[in-house]
Design a protein around this ligand. Structure first.
Ligand SMILES: *[C@@H]1O[C@H](CO)[C@@H](O)[C@H](O)[C@H]1NC(C)=O
Ligand SMILES: *[C@@H]1O[C@H](CO)[C@@H](O)[C@H](O)[C@H]1NC(C)=O
Ligand SMILES: *[C@@H]1O[C@H](CO)[C@@H](O)[C@H](O)[C@H]1NC(C)=O
Ligand SMILES: [Zn+2]
Length: 475
């Protein structure tokens, strides 16, 4: 027993060497050779036989107890009672939660820095620090009354992945960096993925933030200042990163959908992230008494909205792809009385696809329909405004490969899939090759207190992340 243990230790010490020798065919477990001889070979620097590696990988250990405890502790920084979590950008609880994350990063030996929007970075320097680092991370903000796993698994899990590699004796070639992104959720200022959009160099966003207020009429910069971040646009522009700042970015996240759990699969390897476009539409017709105005004489703005909502469904279906979706999530009628013909209507439309061209055709058709409906019903199309139109992103092939072979080496069932929700990865893809790892979550629930991922699934995700980072770091 003792001998075996020492042998294992030697293997761990030599892990960087094994990594270095590349990963192909790592599962080729031959062999009846004497382990001691092999270890000597390794020390001597002669070609290393890969059969060592699976032993090492199977001994990769996640500190389950600490990780679960951290997830639970972080969830207590909330403006609503457990089990719900509410953590809004630059609120007192958000600031405390940030401090908690920074402390964990320091405890893991990472050097911590923050930018002017509050993105937090924890760096583990590689032995070739001049190379572009490999980064990983997610967010910890939480919409009102949501759960404790969305985003959090990809931040605390990333820090634990670093711990796993350190315990392992791994030495990164490229530096590894954990990122906690500011405000992935649009809750406070109506802008999703604020931190990663800015990292990706969104100048229009910096300009618009000058005029942005929350629902209490607090300006963005006032809120940012109160949490010790940006005072002005110039400071905010310093957040931008150049393309090529990272050689890869990988995000670990709960699936937020039911597929992995239903199919009993441990790991989802994301090949593409669908991107939303949002559209706001306003119709104006003629109001009137619901009894007195006869049907042929109406210009009902509500019916125009209803007809447009059905057109959204029709155009999404017409694309012929299951990946095209369209939703009217907001439909307001004015004045909103049972006996009054709607004189105004307001719709907000969300349409998504993994294919930008196809999605833009849907937007164009929705616009055509809005014009047609307006003409047919004698209702004015007051506004048709495309609020945002983010391009979808594809995962980088080499990162997909690294995630796949990491899953294989860890004997974890896995499948390729599409992320139908967007994530910070969508914006990191603008400046870095990108990939995402999904883990199952209970019934696909997310954005509510029932959101849950088992510690076993989280552990699997952390291991795949750790091994993927290790591979990319040596690449
Ligand atoms: C994967 O499965 C093989 C065969 O059952 C086993 O020898 C190996 O140790 C396992 N690897 C890990 C990482 O669990
Ligand atoms: C919001 O604040 C601005 C500047 O202080 C002020 O001019 C404006 O009237 C306020 N708006 C509301 C709705 O309170
Ligand atoms: C709008 O009306 C034109 C002319 O009647 C028609 O050719 C077109 O197909 C309509 N478009 C949509 C999206 O309904
Ligand atoms: Zn998230």
């Amino acid at each position: 027993m003792m001998v075996q243990r020492i042998y294992l230790l030697l293997l761990l010490v030599h892990l960087p060497l094994f990594f270095f020798c590349g990963f192909p065919a790592i599962l080729s477990l031959s062999d009846a050779e004497d382990p001691a001889t092999k270890t000597m070979e390794d020390f001597s620097g002669y070609p290393i036989h890969e059969p060592h590696f699976p032993n090492s990988v199977s001994s990769m250990s996640v500190d389950i107890h600490s990780l679960q405890k951290q997830i639970d502790e972080l969830s207590t920084f909330s403006d609503t009672p457990a089990p719900s979590v509410t953590r809004i950008l630059y609120s007192e609880k958000d600031v405390l939660a940030r401090r908690y994350v920074k402390n964990l990063m320091r405890l893991s030996g990472l050097s911590v820095r923050e930018d002017f929007v509050g993105n937090i970075f924890g760096l583990w320097e590689g032995y070739e620090p001049e190379l572009a680092p490999v980064s990983t991370g997610s967010h910890i903000d939480a919409i009102p009354y949501s759960g404790k796993y969305d985003g959090v698994v990809g931040v605390l899990g990333a820090i634990e992945a670093i711990n796993v590699l350190k315990r392992f004796g791994f030495k990164p070639r490229r530096s590894l960096e954990v990122i906690m992104f500011t405000s992935e959720e649009p809750t406070r200022f109506g802008i999703s993925c604020l931190g990663s959009r800015l990292l990706a160099g969104d100048e229009a966003l910096v300009k618009s933030l000058d005029r942005t207020v929350d629902n209490q009429n607090v300006t963005f910069f006032h809120a940012a200042r109160s949490a010790d971040y940006a005072n002005d646009q110039e400071e905010l522009s310093s957040v931008f990163l150049k393309e090529g700042s990272y050689s890869a970015f990988v995000e670990l996240h709960i699936e937020q959908g039911p597929i992995l759990e239903e199919e009993g699969i441990s790991i989802g390897i994301v090949t593409a992230i669908a991107a939303p476009a949002s559209i706001k539409v306003d119709f104006e017709g003629n109001g009137g008494h619901a009894g007195a105005v006869l049907m042929p004489n109406r210009n009902d703005a509500g019916l125009a909205a209803a007809e447009l909502a059905l057109a959204v469904e029709k155009h999404a279906l017409e694309s012929g792809s299951i990946d095209t979706v369209g939703t009217v999530g907001i439909l307001n009628l004015h004045p909103g009385a049972i006996n009054s013909i709607p004189s105004k209507s307001h719709l907000e439309i969300d349409t998504r696809d993994i294919d930008e061209y196809r999605r833009n055709i849907v937007i164009e058709k929705i616009h055509q329909s809005a014009l047609n409906i307006s003409q047919k019903r004698g209702v004015k199309l007051l506004d048709f405004k495309i609020v945002n139109q983010d391009p979808p992103a594809l995962s980088e092939k080499s990162i997909v490969k690294a995630m796949e072979s990491a899953s294989q080496e860890l004997n974890l069932t896995h499948k390729k899939m599409i992320s139908r929700a967007y994530h910070d990865s969508l914006f990191m893809a603008r400046i870095s090759p990108m990939g995402m790892i999904f883990i199952p979550c209970y019934k696909g629930y997310s954005h509510k207190p029932e959101e849950f991922a088992s510690i076993e699934d989280i552990t699997n995700g952390v291991k795949v992340l750790a091994l993927t980072l290790a591979k990319l770091s040596l690449h």
